[in-house]
Design a protein around this ligand. Structure first.
Ligand code: FAD
Length: 462
């Protein structure tokens, strides 16, 4: 039997459930399918649980520095990993419950638990059930890449998903991958008390950022005792007794790193390989990302791709914005589009990195005359008062239009302060709007106008 709906949503990540709510409010009969945990990556294995863990790690770190602040704690700092995990589970579980119960209570909406696959352009199966609809929305997200490294099938390894079950302290955590996910876990576990070694193929950490950002982050991690092996390719892994041994190659490589646990953080891939997309004729790119246009329509009329699976963003805020774009286009006659979005994201090590728009290399290559402003966090009063002076902020300006091209704030409060820059970029106003604004003292944001008053030509830009 085939059950007919007005719309089918596959996946309950950061766009599907919100879209289901709007479609239901518009009077449509909807089916939504989820094969795993309601709320997807952000809620269960991504942003929310990792930031809950980062908060525990920050508490541990600050407590270990208590004496610097004149605070006595009367003994060494202890970490109760079971309680750390329980706290994380409570926070993440509340979100998971809220997504599931919200969908189950939604009028005109039927929830299917199971793996959904296309059977044809307008037909989807979930187990034995067949569903049909003229509109199908894909919010299937992604998962950790498992690299093909000799020996990996013979050793136990962790990913961001299985890390969520860890309620003990790994003696020595080896992390493959020196990018966003690897760095957050690396600093976190070091602060909990593990030895941590990060192995990175490339010559610097988070290669998508500017060199000064990568260098400052390396310094932040090394100060805390995180071992970082750059320019080191993991050739093979093996189990030797209780140890996991990673053999390394490359200009910066030591022959091997020996640890107790191995975390893979070498990238993400879209969950599109077992979705029956070929039966519906939906086009994907060489990496499996669903190809969509500026309004997130696939090449097949009536099928949309939202969130990480479309390759247009890899963040909760981009997935949520995808929902807003699709809902605006199909329900509100409001032609919102992806290209109106300004790239922005955070890296939630401590201190965090807030990013908006272009980096220095992109600004330099854009053919514009570019101005740059930079200020060390040692020159930010609030950072000094908090004894959290690592990092810097920098901003890039198009000298001709006076528009802000991009910014990076690596420092205490950087994940929040970046928004005052981002909002002026969205307003499409000149940087002088911020330069002349009066910000609250003492904050990190109060030094952004000062930095904008000290702009210099960017070397190497035209
Ligand atoms: C460790 C980690 C930390 C992160 N931290 C941040 C952060 O701090 N900030 C940030 O913005 N982003 C962060 N991200 C990224 C963020 O989690 C994702 O971008 C976000 O969850 C958006 O995902 P999505 O909506 O595309 O789908 P997802 O959240 O991945 O959800 C997709 C859902 O679809 C389901 N599904 C897949 N295939 C099928 C199928 N065939 N049938 C039925 N159901 C299916 C899956 O089970 C899943 O529940 C992090 C990611 C990781 C891994």
């Amino acid at each position: 039997m085939t059950i007919a709906y007005d719309a089918i949503v596959i996946g309950t990540g950061q766009s599907g459930p919100f879209l289901a709510r709007r479609l239901s409010a518009a009077g449509m009969k909807i089916a939504i399918a989820e094969r795993g945990l309601f709320g997807g990556t952000c809620v269960n294995t991504g942003c929310i649980p990792t930031k809950a863990l980062v908060a525990s790690a920050y508490a541990a770190h600050l407590t270990s520095r208590a004496a610097e602040f004149g605070v006595t704690i009367g003994g060494p700092v202890g970490i109760d990993m079971k309680r750390v995990k329980a706290r994380k589970d409570e926070i993440s579980g509340a979100s998971n419950h809220s997504v599931e119960s919200g969908l189950r209570k939604l009028e005109n909406c039927t929830v299917y638990q199971g793996h959904a696959r296309f059977e044809s352009q307008h037909e989807v199966s979930v187990g034995d059930v067949r569903l049909t609809a003229s509109r199908i929305f894909l919010n299937v997200g992604g998962r950790a890449v498992i690299p093909s490294i000799p020996g990996l099938d013979q050793v136990p390894y962790l990913t961001n998903s299985s890390m969520m079950q860890v309620d003990f302290l790994p003696k020595h955590l080896i992390i493959l991958g020196g990018s966003y996910i690897g760095l957050e876990f690396g600093q976190m576990y070091r602060r909990f008390g593990s030895e941590v070694t990060i192995i990175e193929n490339g010559p610097r950490l988070i290669a998508r950022e500017d060199e000064d950002v990568s260098a400052a982050i390396l310094d932040i991690l090394q100060r805390e005792g995180v071992q970082v092996r750059l320019s080191s390719k993991c050739r093979s892994v093996a189990k030797q007794g209780d140890d996991i041994v990673a053999s390394l190659d490359g200009p910066g490589a030591v022959p091997e790193v020996r640890g107790s646990h191995l975390l893979l953080a070498v990238g993400r891939r879209p969950n599109t390989d077992d979705l029956g997309l070929e039966k519906a004729g939906v086009a994907v790119d060489a990496h499996g990302y669903i190809q969509v246009d500026d309004q997130l329509r696939t090449n097949v009329p009536g099928i949309w791709g939202m969130g990480d699976c479309n390759g247009k963003g890899a963040f909760t805020h981009t997935s949520y914005n995808d929902f807003e774009i699709v809902a605006a286009n199909i329900l509100d006659n409001d032609l919102r589009k992806v290209s109106d979005r300004i790239r922005t994201y955070g890296l939630f090590i401590d201190p965090p990195l807030g990013r908006a728009g272009m980096n220095e290399a992109e600004a330099r290559n854009s053919g514009r005359k570019v101005l740059i402003g930079k200020r060390l966090m040692t020159k930010v009063g609030r950072a000094v008062e908090k004894s959290e002076t690592l990092g810097f902020m920098k901003v890039l300006i198009d000298a001709g239009s006076m528009r802000i091209l991009g910014a990076a704030i690596l420092g205490t409060g950087g994940d929040e302060a970046i928004h005052c820059i981002l909002d002026v970029m969205y307003a499409d106003k000149p940087y002088t709007v911020i330069q002349r604004a009066v910000h609250i003292h003492p904050t990190v944001s109060e030094l952004i106008p000062t930095m904008l008053g000290e702009l210099q030509p960017l070397e190497g830009a035209s």
